[in-house]
Design a protein around this ligand. Structure first.
Ligand code: GRF
Length: 211
């Protein structure tokens, strides 16, 4: 069984969607940079060991990343899943986990990296918005995209209504991509996404198509 570590900072709804559909993997720990993250209690209630590496206890970003990397490495994971983990990571940290760390970002990358993505989308007036799952590289929200799901932007949308529509898609998309990795179908080779086997296109999901 492949071993996953999840990193969270908040309520953990993506974490829950991953926990519900992680086969053939197991989540060996959930780590947060915030002790008050609501997702920690949810993970604990499900019997998953949790840990906090509080970023406020470190002056230098490198020192926080080193402590976090040590905590992750203790669990010898095959896959690290960033699930609403709201910290910018140093290049050294990211490179240490190259090819085995995924992130979900609530926009159709490369549009709207960083924070407040729904606000950015509304301000830009785009008609399509969505979410992306990508391998993590040192470029913020800039790693190779594995799959995306799109939603319409409706007249009258505000940040709340738009983020709720995107979140529904996040909860579908991320577990699917994680399972591809755990099934040995998804990897990163030479900086490019390699995905083997059939990818049924359903609804709003878009992933590399195999000829
Ligand atoms: C999600 O929209 C995720 O894409 C973004 O932050 C949010 C976290 O939500 N990075 P949750 O903690 O998974 O509920």
């Amino acid at each position: 069984m492949k071993r996953c570590v999840m990193l969270i900072s908040g309520r953990g709804s993506n974490m829950v969607s991953l926990l519900d559909a992680l086969h053939p993997g197991e989540c060996v720990t959930v780590i947060s940079n915030r002790p008050e993250a609501g997702g920690l209690a949810i993970a604990s209630a499900r019997g998953i060991p949790v840990a906090t590496v509080d970023h406020r206890g470190f002056v230098a970003r490198e020192d926080f990343d080193a402590a976090l990397a040590a905590e992750i490495d203790r669990h010898a994971p095959d896959l690290i899943l960033l699930a609403g983990f709201m910290r910018i990571l140093t290049a050294g940290f990211v490179e240490h986990f190259a090819g085995r760390m995924l992130n979900i970002h609530p926009s159709l990358l490369p549009a709207f990296p960083g924070v407040h993505t729904h606000r950015q989308a509304l301000a830009a007036g785009v008609r399509l918005h969505g979410c992306s799952v990508h391998f993590v590289t040192p470029a913020l929200d800039g790693g190779p995209i594995v799959a995306q799901a799109a939603v319409p932007v409706r007249v009258g949308d505000d940040e709340q209504s738009l983020s709720a529509r995107v979140l529904v898609e996040e909860h579908q998309l991320y577990p699917r991509v994680a399972r591809w990795f755990l099934d040995g179908r998804l990897s990163l080779a030479g900086g490019r996404v390699v995905l083997s086997g059939e990818v049924p296109v359903t609804g709003s999901l878009h992933a590399p198509q195999v000829d």
